[in-house]
Design a protein around this ligand. Structure first.
Ligand code: ATP
Length: 358
């Protein structure tokens, strides 16, 4: 059994609250990503699980054991850091074997495990090199290999890809995911990168200001963000928001916010004031045949052309004294739009999300 459980865990550094009331169940074999902006407490949570940081209050369990007072070396975890932390004077083989040797693992067993990890990670031909003779990507694979050979109950990874360039990061992301599925070891992975979280996690825990905002599968977080923070953090480009007043009308609800005035059929039960969340793919250039609500007239603020698709930031008049609202509109294919151009768009009614302004 290697489930992990945080129960009402708090961490304070003097007056600074780094983690506040964290309760999180991570299933045996699950790949859990802790994601959040800088300073949200994810590293601190991971370090408490590793035993590198004490727990101020609450309980951390690995399997059946409460580990609050168990030394890091006794927790049966293996950690992979951002900076690899390889021993520079040792060869790759020795780096991989080091932890096993210290645990007095028999030599043939060490050779077997190192060989298997080296094959898995495609680093066999570097076994006699020193870390200084490796590229960043190779060094990171060695760091992963070192965790793998330990065959621990839990892998802990703290931003392991952040020193790699974009292309290598994408590749290594896939490799880590594949390896984890192969060995099926419970993994807790910290990142500030929501794309990494979305592509790697079985589930994702979103943290902000030391608080767990939501935990769920990538799809749940994307489709049903619990609040404005999660909606804005998950997804790229992020969800757009506008505050609207609502009014029941003909079996639907009218949403009004400055120049936005749309009737959403079949929608009811909203409070008088809501924050409306719009995913970019739910806002499209106006087409009366497309089943959208609208049109909404605005002015192009920016254009991000990605080749096969284009995202357009559109400023919509906020009404008397109000700031303009910016909605990101998805334009299939190339758009010949420029900042300052007028643009009418519509919203896909079933994809809108509503948050209680309170
Ligand atoms: P990052 O992505 O920047 O590492 P994070 O989400 O991992 O951020 P933590 O490193 O866990 O956040 O930090 C959470 C909060 O705790 C921050 O406000 C940070 O300044 C504070 N903190 C972390 N470690 C310490 C420490 N040793 N002493 C005092 N404050 C700390």
């Amino acid at each position: 059994m290697s489930a992990v459980k945080f129960t009402d865990v708090h961490k304070r550094f003097g007056g600074v609250v780094a983690v506040s009331g964290l309760s999180l169940d991570i299933a045996d074999g699950e790949f859990m990503v802790l994601v959040g902006p800088s300073g949200s407490g994810k590293t601190t949570a991971l370090r408490m699980l590793a035993g590198l940081e004490s727990v101020t209050e609450g309980e951390v369990r690995i399997g059946e054991r409460v580990v609050n007072r168990i030394a890091p070396g006794e927790r049966d975890i293996a950690m992979v850091f951002q900076d690899y932390a390889l021993y520079p004077q040792m060869t790759v083989f020795q780096n991989l074997a080091f932890g096993l040797k210290r645990r007095k693992t028999p030599k043939p067993e060490i050779e077997r495990r190192v060989k298997a990890a080296a094959v898995s990670l495609d680093i066999e031909r570097y076994l006699e090199r020193k870390p200084g003779q490796l590229s960043g990507g190779q060094a990171q694979r060695v760091a992963l290999g070192r965790a793998l050979v330990r065959e621990p109950q839990v892998f802990l990874m703290d931003e392991p890809l952040s020193n790699l360039d974009a292309k290598l990061r994408t590749r290594t992301r896939g490799e880590i995911k594949r390896l984890q599925q192969e060995v099926n070891t419970t993994t807790v992975y910290v990142t500030h990168d929501q794309v990494e979280a979305m592509t790697m996690g079985d589930r994702i825990a979103v943290m902000n200001n030391g608080v767990l905002e939501q935990v769920g599968t990538p799809e749940e977080l994307y489709e049903h963000p619990a609040n404005v923070f999660v909606g804005g953090f998950i997804g790229s480009p992020p969800m757009s928001f506008f505050n609207a007043s609502t009014g029941a009308e003909g079996g639907g609800t009218r949403l009004r916010s400055g120049a936005i005035d749309v009737l959403v059929p079949g929608l009811d039960g909203l409070p008088a004031e809501v924050t409306v969340g719009v995913r970019p793919e739910c806002a499209q250039p106006w087409d009366p045949q497309a089943g959208l609500v609208g049109p909404v007239a605005g002015e192009v603020a920016w254009v991000e052309a990605l080749g096969r698709e284009t995202f357009v930031g559109v400023n919509v008049d906020g009404g008397a004294g109000g700031e303009p609202t910016q909605v990101v509109v998805h334009h299939g294919g190339r758009a010949t739009l420029l900042p300052g151009d007028p643009l009418e768009f519509g919203l896909a009614p079933r994809s809108l999300r509503y948050f209680d302004a309170a």
